[in-house]
Design a protein around this ligand. Structure first.
Ligand SMILES: NC(=O)c1ccc[n+]([C@@H]2O[C@H](COP(=O)([O-])OP(=O)(O)OC[C@H]3O[C@@H](n4cnc5c(N)ncnc54)[C@H](OP(=O)(O)O)[C@@H]3O)[C@@H](O)[C@H]2O)c1
Length: 329
């Protein structure tokens, strides 16, 4: 089978198309024949070796992970509840940029037959991260939510789900006028260009000086620090990515939280393992929102598997809105 492998960290061109043996599913695993893969910002950090999470320490050659949509080709020993021919989705840290990938059966989600494969790439990570971060924040009806990087693959889903999950005010940030316009189209009440020095003042003003109840932060760095400052009493900030900071994660003093503020981390695997029923119910709700049109998954570009380097270049040029998808032809 074809796989896009890297033998060293570096620029997008380290991603090389190679013929490799198809992997075999072990106990508790399934083999998926891949239809489409959602490419995320995290994989560009992995390729450059600046990914902040310590759980990702592979050995070369590496096939990067992503949001896989495909059909089960084979099941390993002990797998129940899923069979060859089932259409599934999975978020995996390894092996996705390939014609076939092995994943743990426990991480699979069902994908309806009516859903286009590129559209379905929202199901494994963007959707559950958007809803999961707001569950962890314990978002209450009528509260205000500040969504950073709101034009990105996850961000534009967070903006839409915040409203559907009961937020009273949705404030979005993005880095260019075009991205701000896109986040506004997704339903944000206010979009602030956070490349401007006064962005935090604009957010505070929009909340009547009180601050925001919930901040969803995948940017880190100085944005994180100002987000903590912007929290209203009893406000919660959920940190789930470090697009700006890479491995430089700000150190937070407890004194910054003394005004009745909370900061929580979020990793998708931890959320799925801790609240499997809630995770699955949110998946089912998202499928229904996509079917009815209440949530739109915007695909910025679709590339062939072998053009994955192009997909990484698009993400790193930072001009995209929504998700970049690879299709296996
Ligand atoms: N915790 C988890 O389980 C988990 C799992 C997967 C992904 N993530 C994280 O979720 C975040 C969003 O992922 P995604 O795939 O949706 O990414 P994406 O579509 O590429 O969005 C990333 C966004 O980050 C913003 N950004 C801010 N500072 C940046 C910088 N210095 N360089 C590049 N972009 C910067 C960009 O928007 P502007 O240009 O508007 O600033 C961009 O829209 C990432 O931080 C990723 O690592 C977390």
């Amino acid at each position: 089978m074809r796989a896009m492998r890297i033998h060293e960290y570096g620029p997008p061109d380290v991603l090389r198309s190679e013929e490799v043996p198809a992997p075999a599913p072990g106990p508790g695993q399934v083999l998926i024949s891949v239809e489409a893969v959602g490419v995320g910002f995290a994989q560009t950090q992995m390729r450059r070796d600046i990914f902040p999470a310590p759980m990702w320490r592979p050995t070369f050659p590496i096939v990067l992970g992503g949001d896989v949509i495909g059909v089960v080709a084979e099941v390993g020993a002990g797998v129940t509840g899923v069979a060859a021919g089932d259409r599934v989705g999975a978020y995996t840290l390894h092996g996705a940029y390939a014609e076939q990938v092995v994943v743990d059966a426990g991480t699979l989600l069902p994908v309806p037959s009516w859903m286009d494969a590129a559209q379905a790439t929202v199901l494994p990570s963007s959707g559950p991260i958007a809803s999961g971060t707001m569950r962890v924040a314990e978002l209450q009806p009528g509260e205000s939510v500040l969504v950073h990087a709101a034009s990105g693959g996850i961000g534009h889903i967070s903006v839409q789900l915040a409203r559907l999950m009961g937020a009273g005010q949705v404030i979005a940030t993005a880095g260019t006028p075009a991205k701000c316009a896109f986040a506004g189209d997704m339903g944000a009440d206010l979009v602030v260009d956070y490349s401007r020095d006064d962005w935090a003042d604009q957010v505070r003003e929009a909340t009547g000086g009180r601050g925001v109840d919930v901040v969803l932060d995948s940017v880190g760095g100085g944005v994180l620090r100002r987000g903590i400052d912007l929290l209203a009493p009893f406000g919660r900030l959920v940190f789930y990515g470090s697009a700006q900071g890479g491995r430089e994660i700000p150190h937070i003093s407890l004194m910054e939280l003394i005004g009745l503020k909370r900061v929580t981390g979020f990793a998708l695997s931890a959320w799925r393992n801790a609240r499997p029923r809630r995770y699955r119910a949110d998946h089912d709700a998202l499928v229904e929102y996509l079917r009815s049109g209440a949530v739109r998954h915007h695909i910025h570009a679709t590339e062939r598997l072998e053009d994955v380097a192009e997909a990484h270049k698009i993400i790193e040029s930072r001009g995209h809105c929504g998700r970049i998808v690879l299709v296996v032809e």
